[in-house]
Design a protein around this ligand. Structure first.
Ligand code: HEC
Ligand code: HEC
Length: 218
């Protein structure tokens, strides 16, 4: 009698512990491929079937990015500190649990290859990326984003292999103050020292830079 009770209590404790994980995995998969039925379109219609992004449209790659970074970006769109007419309503229609689940899902996907036809790195861009421009107190991008722009931990996202149009759009968003979610306003200050040619050059360089298979540097 007693042992049956113990089994039942234990069983329900185990079930209670296991259930949220199962729900997470299922809901992330459904969100990505079907949306959530109340205002969220399938993520993959823009970010690609494997989270690889879309070069021509400038939709960012999500595959292999750090889960906490992705969760925070979704929270920032919802809080309007990162303005974008497409992503703000989507992020607002996701619950905190859904944001976390979908971020975890994308962080585990393998990093895709650089799309064929991507233009080679630009010389001005490479100099900015690896050495910066000290006459204007612009540090090398790689000092924060890691060697080759592979990303460092939760705070410094990878730039390698992101569509050039996406990198450009972010630098312009910081210049204009429509993206203002960066810790210590590091990117807001830095972007204002770059002109349109610098931005195009540095974006082209990182777009051509492959990311190692392990994803963001940790
Ligand atoms: C209609 C197209 C579209 C759909 C659908 C879409 N996105 Fe996006 N997403 C974008 C665009 C465009 C951007 C870049 C916005 C910007 O410039 O800030 C973006 C940016 C992001 C970013 C920021 C990435 C980074 O590197 O900072 C995340 C995270 C994201 N989307 C997650 C999602 C998730 C999760 C879903 C599904 C629930 C989704 N998106 C659905 C178009 C879309
Ligand atoms: C002093 C540190 C620092 C330096 C140097 C730096 N960055 Fe950043 N960058 C950051 C941080 C922090 C973030 C993340 C902001 C956030 O949390 O939303 C970021 C984000 C970005 C993003 C957005 C990526 C995404 O997935 O949305 C781009 C693009 C970017 N940086 C480009 C550059 C370029 C190009 C350079 C060199 C010209 C550069 N950064 C130099 C700190 C730095």
């Amino acid at each position: 009698m007693r042992s049956r009770l113990v089994t039942r209590v234990l069983g329900s404790a185990l079930f209670a512990g296991a259930a949220p994980l199962a729900v997470h995995a299922a809901s992330a998969q459904v969100l990505v491929s079907q949306g959530n039925g109340h205002g969220v379109p399938p993520c993959q219609s823009c970010h690609g079937a494997s989270g690889e992004g879309q070069t021509a449209a400038g939709f960012p790659r999500l595959a292999g990015l750090d889960a906490d970074y992705l969760t925070r970006q979704l929270a920032d769109y919802a809080a309007d500190t990162r303005a974008n007419p497409v992503m703000q309503p989507i992020a607002k229609s996701l619950s905190a649990d859904e944001r976390q689940a979908v971020a975890a899902y994308y962080s585990r996907l393998p990093v895709p290859a650089i799309p064929p036809g991507t233009p080679p790195p630009d010389r001005t861009g490479q100099t900015l990326a690896t050495r910066g421009r000290w006459s204007q107190q612009v540090p090398a991008c790689e000092q924060c984003h890691g060697p080759g722009g592979v990303g460092v931990g939760t705070h410094f996202p990878p730039l390698a292999g992101q569509p050039a149009a996406y990198i450009e759009a972010q630098l312009e968003a910081w210049q204009q103050g429509t993206r203002r979610n960066d810790p210590l306003q590091l990117m807001q200050h830095l972007s204002r020292k770059l002109d349109a040619r610098d931005i195009a050059a540095v974006a082209q360089s990182f777009a051509a830079q492959p990311l190692p298979a392990g994803g963001s540097g940790r």
